[in-house]
Design a protein around this ligand. Structure first.
Ligand code: SIN
Ligand code: CO
Length: 369
């Protein structure tokens, strides 16, 4: 199936099970890799299990001993943002580059003991579920009833009525549109990769936009009342004060350009737990330009970059680039790398050097070739 066919028939519409679609990634992350990531405090992880009929969730980091004490069956460990830590998981994302990066969330990887799973639920995002090691049984349902069990720490559907069932093996890929009910249960020990695509809610978009707007706000003036009369009812709110507030707030204006700036910055904002590693012994600007020209550069795994015309957004910042260089920055945003020869205008640009010092980009290594 071509990306165009997939988008037309399935994206945001219908589930799709593609057998043996991405077998090359089945072993990208093993159980030990995942256990190690779950021990780190810069990685978000959780364990979900059902014990004596009750769902329970614990948040990481988890040390080895805690993981070794878990029962033999019916629990699952979920690790978020694995693409930032494991190169092969980041490569997996390249398989989905027919979808704008602005929609991309991250790669979550789960390890489940036999019988483990997170229970019947739905996600608000589009998700591709790639089966790694082991087998899993997926049940899905187009049901409209999305009522959740109240007052428990996990999202579990009150009523789940499966309509389809598949048994998946390493390399099989299941796509689910948002709000599609599903339940995956590990048949034996298994690993599953979830490539998630986010979409902002109207509420979150407006909330963050208002925050953004407030940083640029610059209104002058203050309420004045030289004609104020003595009152016998000091507890009443003077209507003039409301009129004044209305007039002031009508002066808060924004343009499409402001909104575009907000969207670019917002969608490239790194997640809270992301830290960029600045180079330990940074090259001088000259040496950097030389190395960049010769070997090329690549985005650091955690860097989010989007481009819109001559506006380049990187990790929540906006930069305007010369029109003559925009195509090169666009290539960097699209392919997450610039292979040599890198145009001198760009390799010598202070911008690239600034990003290098911030740990947003790196000189390409031989392994990237
Ligand atoms: C899992 O990997 O167990 C959970 C994936 C999902 O159902 O969203
Ligand atoms: Co899910």
């Amino acid at each position: 199936m071509t990306p165009a066919q997939f988008m037309r028939r399935h994206w945001q519409k219908e589930p799709l099970l593609a057998r043996d679609a991405l077998a090359g990634y089945a072993d990208a992350v093993g159980r030990d890799d995942l256990f190690e990531l779950a021990g780190r405090d810069d990685v978000e992880s959780r364990i979900v299990m059902k014990r004596r009929g009750r769902w329970n969730v614990q948040h990481g980091p988890f040390d080895r001993r805690a993981l070794a004490r878990l029962p033999r069956r019916e629990w699952t460990l979920l690790v978020q943002g694995v693409d930032l830590k494991v190169r092969q998981a980041a490569r997996l994302l390249d398989e989905f580059s027919f979808i704008p990066y602005a929609r991309l969330d991250d790669v979550m990887v789960s390890y489940a003991a036999p019988g483990g799973g997170v229970g019947p639920h739905f996600d608000s995002y589009d998700v591709f579920l790639l089966q790694g090691r082991g087998e899993r049984r997926w049940q899905v349902s187009r049901q409209r009833d999305l009522a959740l069990v109240p007052d428990i720490p996990v999202k579990i559907l009150q009523r789940f009525e499966p309509q389809h069932e598949w048994r998946v093996q390493p390399g099989d890929l299941l796509y689910l549109p948002p709000q599609f009910a599903h339940d995956g249960v590990a048949i034996d020990e298994c690993i599953t990769y979830s490539v998630g695509f986010r979409a902002p809610t109207a509420q979150a978009l407006a909330h963050h936009f208002l925050e953004f707007l407030q940083d640029d706000l610059d209104l002058d003036g203050r309420y004045v009342d030289p004609d104020l009369q003595p009152t016998r009812a000091p507890g009443r709110l003077p209507p003039q004060m409301i009129d004044h507030a209305v007039a002031v707030l009508e002066r808060v204006r924004w343009s499409r350009e402001d909104v575009a700036r907000f969207v670019g910055a917002h969608l490239t904002e790194p997640k809270d737990n992301v830290v960029f590693d600045a180079p330990a012994n940074p090259l001088s600007p000259k040496a950097f330009a030389r190395a960049a020209r010769k070997a090329g550069v690549r985005l650091a795994p955690a860097t989010r970059m989007l481009i819109s015309g001559i506006d380049v957004y990187i990790n929540g910042e906006r930069h305007r680039v010369p029109r003559s260089d925009a195509a090169v920055y666009a290539r960097l945003a699209d392919t997450r790398a610039l292979k040599p020869p890198v145009a001198p205008g760009v390799s010598d640009a202070l911008l690239l050097y600034e990003w290098y010092l911030a740990g947003y980009i790196e000189i390409r290594s031989r392994a990237d070739a």
